[in-house]
Ligand binder design. Structure first.
Ligand code: ASP
Length: 320
């Protein structure tokens, strides 16, 4: 559906945008999360698929539990993302993609529909970067802090870990393959969530290790408000994954929201328009999860696949 295949900026082919939609629930909450995208579904072994499914389900349930108990959208997206950060199969928190020198530098963000936002870039010691992003939002006057030191984390009661905590053997192997040219750096491993709570408020959160083999200090879209995350009550909450530089240039999350606000586009049409004009035209790929102001859920990607869980009840629809 939608875009035509065209050569990517990095020699890849952009593929058609694939969209899954969940109808608005009426009164109840909605939740959608992604666990990254990239390779082809057929490349996953059945065991790997089952394991991703378990991870996505656990994350969905953590968020859903909050929403079902009448909790807020912000608490729900943070609960889901934290589960994904703690699960080493996903590129966030433990198990994050490694930089060219084999270190983890983590980016994360949160935004509420009421217009508050917090983010961290190149974080090295916070066990859960999404918590740190929330702390920046709630406990400081700032929106984005780069590489806060251990003293900052301790002052705010955040769990601190050694840098080795984030490193897994699998990511080290992946880095070796990228550095010696056997593999291309995956550009879609980020995790994230978007939700609308029973009170109608929306929120989104995004967390990532970035791209395998990235330069030290490189920051992608994930902690950039409007690029990798965006939320506005009565409009939409969005979390993105993909080629960060393209998402920043296209201000992708905000572009979707702007289409809805200024043209009255419905959520799926807005997402499709953004993919076509801001990503496909740059030859770039990625995906996003979005929850509209009415609770409608849209999950979209133009990468070969994207792991996601989405729903308006305790049992989500999964794509692995
Ligand atoms: N968007 C992330 C970044 O550019 C990468 C990803 O989604 O995997 O850092």
């Amino acid at each position: 559906m939608g875009t035509t295949a065209s050569p990517g900026a990095h020699g890849r082919k952009a593929i058609a945008v694939e969209i899954f939609e969940v109808a608005p629930p009426g009164e109840g909450p909605s939740l959608a999360l992604h666990g990254g995208a990239g390779g082809r579904v057929e490349e996953l072994t059945p065991d790997a698929r089952a394991s991703y499914e378990q991870g996505l389900l656990a994350a969905y349930r953590a968020g859903w539990q909050v929403l079902a108990a009448g909790g807020g959208a912000l608490d729900a997206v943070c609960a889901s993302v934290e589960v994904l950060e703690n699960d080493p199969q996903f590129n966030a928190g433990r198990g994050a993609a490694l930089t060219a020198t084999g270190r983890a530098e983590l980016d994360a963000s949160v935004m509420t529909g009421s217009g508050l936002a917090g983010a961290v870039a190149a974080s090295r010691y916070a066990r859960n970067p999404v918590r740190l992003a929330r702390t920046v939002m709630e406990d400081t006057e700032h929106v984005l802090i780069v590489d806060p030191d251990v003293a900052f984390l301790e002052r705010h009661g955040l769990a601190v870990v050694e840098r080795d905590y984030f490193i897994t053997e699998l990511r080290q192997q992946q880095l070796d393959r990228v550095l010696d040219g056997r593999a291309v750096a995956a550009r879609h491993g980020t995790v994230g969530a978007a939700a609308r709570d029973a009170g109608g408020r929306v929120a989104a959160a995004t967390s990532t290790g970035g791209m395998t083999g990235q330069a030290e200090g490189r920051v992608g879209d994930s902690p950039i408000v409007g690029a990798g995350v965006y939320a506005r009550d009565d409009v939409v909450a969005i979390s993105c994954t993909g080629h960060g530089e393209a998402f920043i240039r296209g201000v992708v999350a905000y572009d979707v929201a702007a289409r809805i606000r200024y043209t009255g586009a419905d959520l799926a049409a807005a997402v499709r328009g953004t993919f076509e004009q801001e990503l496909a035209q740059r030859g770039s790929t990625g995906g996003l999860v979005a929850v509209g102001g009415d609770g409608r859920v849209v999950v979209a990607h133009n990468s070969p696949m994207m792991l996601s869980a989405r729903g308006t009840g305790p049992e989500p629809a999964l794509t692995t």
